[in-house]
Design a protein around this ligand. Structure first.
Ligand code: IPM
Ligand code: MG
Length: 370
C-alpha cells in the first residue's frame, strides 16, 4: 500500500479545533488498513508568527513541498492586526499557494438537502444546488507587481496594485474548468470585467480560444463578473462550472458559499499542474471559512468544511474516490438526522459541539463501510 505524506497546518482560531476532527478520521482510516498516512504537523499564520516571527517558516515550506497533500485550517485574527504586512498571517497562505504553484482553486458549493432552510435565500432557489467555482489562484492582483504605497510628497499617498495575466495562466485554468465540466453537467461560465479591464479582454479571448481549440463539446458562456454576482443570488442553479480570476473568484466564492447556508460547510482544493513523469500534483486543501476568532476555543466550530476538504484530498490526491464519497455521504446523513453545530442551527435540531459532530460523521462512515 502506498504511503501518503500528509502535512497538517491547523493555523489559528478555530483551525486547530476543526483539524482535530480530520485527525480522528485519518487515525481511523489508518487503523482499518484502508491507507497508510505519514502525518506531520506544523505552525502557520499567527501561530507561526508568535513562534518564529514569520507567517510560515522555510522549514515548513520544505515540508509542504515534500508532502503529497497539505491540509490547511485557517489563519488570522485580531491578535495579529498590527504585525508588519509581510508577516501578517495571510502571507503564510499566500506563500504556500505561490511557491507550491497551486494555480487552480476548486470551490464547490453544494446545498445539502437538510440545510435548504438555513440559507438566506428561498428554498426553491438553492435546493439541489451543485456548482463548482474554479478560481485562478496564483496570478492577478494578488501577486502582480508593482504593489506599493508611496508618499507623493504633498501630504498624499498613492497605493498601487497590479492586475496582470499572461496567456498561459488563463489557458491552464480554463482547461481545468472545461475538464471538470465534462465530468459534471458540461457547462462553463467564464466571468471577467472586459468592459473596463484589459486583463478581462485577454481573459475572454483566451478562454474562447481554448474552448474552440480543445473543448468545443462543452457549453461556454461569458458573463461580466458583476452580473455574475447578481445571477448567483438570483438563480444560482443556472451555473455548473464558473471560471474566474483570483480576486473575482475570492468574492464570488464567498457569495456562493453563503447560498448553501453557512460558510462552515464548504471545502476547497488548490491544485498545481500534474507532473507528466509521476502523475502527481501538488495540492492544498482548506475550508473556505476563516479562523472565526470570536468562537475559537469554545468547541462550537463546524468541522464539516474541514472534513469535506479532507474528502477532496482523498479524491484528488490519493485516488480514493470511493472513500471520499463515503465521507460526503456521512456528512449528508448526519445532517439529515438533525445534528447541527451552532452556525447551522435550526428549529428542532440537536445542537452539538465540534467533537460530537466529528464523532457522528466518523460513526456514519464506519456504518457505510461495513
Ligand atoms: C480565501 C481567503 C484568502 C484570499 C485570504 C485569507 C488571503 O479570503 O481563501 O478566500 O483572499 O484568498
Ligand atoms: Mg476569501
Amino acid at each position: 500500500m502506498a504511503t501518503h505524506k500528509l502535512l497538517l497546518l491547523p493555523g489559528d482560531g478555530i483551525g486547530p479545533e476543526v483539524m482535530a476532527e480530520v485527525r480522528r478520521l485519518v487515525t481511523w482510516i489508518s487503523q482499518q488498513g484502508l491507507a497508510t498516512f505519514e502525518v506531520e504537523e506544523e505552525l502557520v499564520g499567527g501561530a507561526s508568527y508568535d513562534a518564529d516571527k514569520v507567517a510560515v517558516t522555510d522549514a515548513t515550506m520544505a515540508r509542504a513541498m515534500a508532502a503529497d497533500a497539505v491540509l490547511f485550517g485557517a489563519v488570522g485574527g485580531p491578535k495579529w492586526d498590527a504585525v508588519p504586512y509581510d508577516v501578517r498571517p495571510e502571507a503564510g497562505l499566500l506563500r504556500l499557494r505561490k511557491d507550491l504553484a497551486l494555480f487552480a482553486n476548486l470551490r464547490p458549493a453544494l446545498c445539502y438537502p437538510a440545510l435548504a432552510d438555513a440559507s438566506s435565500l428561498k428554498r426553491e432557489i438553492i435546493e439541489g444546488l451543485d456548482i463548482m467555482i474554479v478560481r485562478e489562484l496564483t496570478g492577478g492582483v494578488y501577486f502582480g507587481e508593482p504593489k506599493t504605497i508611496t508618499e507623493l510628497g504633498n501630504g498624499q499617498k498613492r497605493a498601487v496594485d497590479t492586475q496582470v495575466y499572461d496567456t498561459y495562466e488563463i489557458e491552464r485554468i480554463a482547461a481545468v474548468a472545461f475538464d471538470l465540466a465534462r465530468k459534471r453537467r458540461n457547462k462553463v461560465t467564464s466571468m471577467d470585467k472586459r468592459n473596463v479591464m484589459k486583463s478581462g479582454v485577454l481573459w475572454n479571448e483566451v478562454v474562447t480560444q481554448v474552448h474552440k481549440r480543445d473543448y468545443a463539446d462543452v457549453a461556454l458562456e461569458h458573463m461580466l463578473a458583476d452580473a455574475g454576482g447578481m445571477q448567483l443570488v438570483r438563480w444560482p442553479k443556472q451555473f455548473d462550472v464558473i471560471v474566474t480570476d483570483n480576486l473575482f473568484g475570492d468574492m464570488l466564492s464567498d457569495v456562493a458559499a453563503m447560498l448553501t447556508g453557512s460558510l462552515g460547510m464548504l471545502p476547497s482544493a488548490s491544485l498545481g499542474a500534474t507532473d507528466a513523469a509521476t502523475g502527481k500534483r501538488r495540492a492544498l486543501y482548506e475550508p473556505v471559512h476563516g479562523s472565526a476568532p470570536d468562537i475559537a476555543g469554545k468547541g462550537m466550530a463546524n468541522p464539516i468544511a474541514m472534513l469535506a476538504s479532507f474528502a477532496m484530498a482523498l479524491r484528488y490526491s490519493f485516488d480514493m474516490g470511493a472513500l471520499a464519497d463515503s465521507v460526503e455521504q456521512a456528512i449528508a446523513a448526519v445532517l439529515a438526522k438533525g445534528l447541527r453545530t451552532a452556525d447551522i442551527r435550526s428549529e428542532g435540531a440537536t445542537i452539538v459541539n465540534t467533537a460530537q459532530m466529528g464523532e457522528a460523521i466518523l460513526k456514519e462512515v464506519q456504518a457505510l463501510l461495513k
